[in-house]
Design a binder for this molecule. Structure first.
Ligand code: NAD
Length: 486
């Protein structure tokens, strides 16, 4: 009886991307093929061409079926229109597929890749679905635009637990949380509070919190002191580019987007249109992402073979232009030359850099149900577009005081969050965007129907309401921020 039945090939979706995407994808697929990684590919088209065909997220609806049915998605960088146009494909894929964790390792390869920080070996675990990247933006007045920062309890708990589970699974000792909870007490405050709650369940792992600004400065100056960093979406995006660059080059960093089902793997860098088609791009970022993918789908031996050949190539001084330094490097190569050098070294192990050994860890994250709480409506912030009377806050305050129904009182008016009424300062700049905080008279709680009546009265009195935010307490705790100077 023949016992050697070939294992089925692992189905992977591949998008060659834009700019340097096709060149670096070709390189990576050549290396995977030479390493005999047991993979079957389904190629899809996403990105620029699809944007041009009118698909605002850069993907056709039928393409989702291909991505969803395969084990993983290897995605080369996509060109997104900056500051205009459709939605980012990357953000769309991450959110539609619930890829809540963005795992971005940064490692220095000194002395072969120039860096002032030879000891970097850290992982940034970035929340991938929420925060400002929810992309809910509006222009509300001629002068003012806004974006909503969404931070949820389950989303935060999931990423924080993932960071601690990741630390345990990979033998790491410390998790550092970075937020701006001194300024954004409701949103970033929730993130840091949940971090503290979750950390208690991992006594074997050191937990610390840093304010994001000093945390970023420390990362840039002493990156060796960090192990695992968990943070919100935007901070994580910026931090991981800083970490990758000081480790040697953003061109060397890969990233995994992990959820419960299919996972997506990509380079940290973008589509580099400035060097596209020149054959000089470094394929390492996408190659590192591909090895993360191999480990994720249970092909750790193929990942080891490739990474050790890649480290040997770096060690032999065979470098693309982005990491080439005379005195450090031996040969300047293009994308094709680098690819061949890695393939020639399959089966070799680095002598000075640490050879890798991988194991596939499935990280399971359980989140707890959100506890019940008593929610009370205690007031309303009414945002107004008002550009009269030389934008004098006292004029607006007097008009509101005059037109408010007797059941309501004006608590304050802010402009770009600074209190300007009552008793504002004449120096404060006022735009055409005003927030009036309106509270019920003689009542601690009210019904939303009363807010609707209030809005109708204000509208009838000639005020242009651009939005409202209800003010709630939860178990008696204020669920909204105070105005600056309130
Ligand atoms: P970029 O990362 O594409 O390029 C920044 C600089 O790094 C450029 O000088 C480029 O030549 C260089 N570089 C990047 N990758 C390299 C590589 N592999 N080898 C050698 N040099 C490399 O960033 P950008 O210029 O800000 O963005 C270009 C486009 O990429 C934009 O449309 C942006 O939206 C998009 N982008 C996509 C992703 C993604 O798909 N995940 C990520 C970031 C940016």
């Amino acid at each position: 009886m023949n016992a050697s039945v070939a294992a089925p090939l692992v189905p992977i979706t591949v998008a060659k991307g834009d700019g340097i995407g096709p060149e670096i994808t070709e390189s990576v697929l050549e290396i995977l093929h030479a390493a005999k990684a047991p993979i079957h590919y389904d190629f899809i088209e996403v990105g620029q061409k699809l944007y041009e065909q009118g698909y605002t997220a850069g993907i056709a609806p039928e393409t989702w079926d291909v991505i969803r049915r395969n084990a993983a998605f290897l995605k080369a960088p996509i060109t997104t229109q900056l500051g205009k146009g459709g939605k980012s494909l990357n953000v769309t894929v991450r959110t539609m597929l619930n890829l809540f964790a963005n795992v971005r390792p940064s490692i220095s390869y000194a002395p072969y890749v120039a860096t002032q920080h030879p000891g970097i070996n850290l992982v940034i675990i970035r929340e991938n679905e929420e925060d400002l990247y929810a992309g809910i933006e509006h222009q509300q007045t001629r002068e003012v635009t806004q974006v909503l920062k969404i931070i949820s309890r389950p989303g935060t708990e999931r990423i924080v637990r993932y960071a601690f589970e990741y630390a345990r699974a990979y033998g790491r000792r410390k998790v550092t949380c970075m937020t701006k909870n001194n300024i954004m007490k409701v949103t970033d405050g929730l993130f840091s509070r949940i971090f503290e709650e979750v950390a208690v369940h991992y006594p074997d792992i050191k937990a610390e919190h840093m304010i994001i600004d000093i945390g970023t400065a420390k990362l840039a100056a002493q990156p060796e002191q960090f192990d695992v960093i968990v943070t919100l979406n935007l901070y994580g995006d910026i931090l991981s580019d800083v970490a990758a660059q000081i480790a040697g080059s953003v061109g060397l960093a890969g990233s995994a987007n992990i959820g419960r089902g299919v996972a997506m793997f990509e380079a940290v860098h973008g589509s580099a249109p400035d060097i596209a088609g020149k054959g000089v791009a470094n394929p390492s970022g996408l190659l590192v992402a591909a090895t993360q993918m191999l480990v994720h789908v249970g092909l750790a031996p193929s990942a080891e073979l490739i990474t050790n050949a890649w480290l040997t190539t770096l060690e032999d001084g065979i470098h693309t232009a982005d990491i080439y330094r005379s005195g450090l490097s031996a040969h300047l190569v293009g994308t094709g030359g680098f690819t061949s050098a890695v393939i020639e070294r399959l089966g070799e192990r680095p002598q000075v850099l640490k050879a890798v050994q991988y194991k596939t860890n499935r990280i399971q994250v359980q989140t707890s149900p959100t506890p019940p709480s008593i929610k009370r409506l205690v007031g309303v912030d009414v945002f107004l577009d008002w550009d009269r009377a030389g934008r004098d806050p006292d004029e607006l305050g007097a008009a509101l005081e005059r037109d408010l129904p007797p059941a309501w009182r004006l608590s304050m008016i802010t402009n770009r969050s600074v209190k300007v009424y009552p008793n504002g300062l004449p120096e404060t700049f006022c735009s055409d965007h005003w927030r009036s905080r309106i509270l019920p008279v003689g009542a601690e709680e009210m019904d939303y129907a009363a807010v609707l009546d209030l809005l109708r009265d204000l509208h009838t009195a000639g005020f242009e309401i651009i939005k409202t935010e209800n003010l709630y307490t939860f178990d008696g705790e204020r669920g909204y921020s105070l105005g600056q100077g309130e």
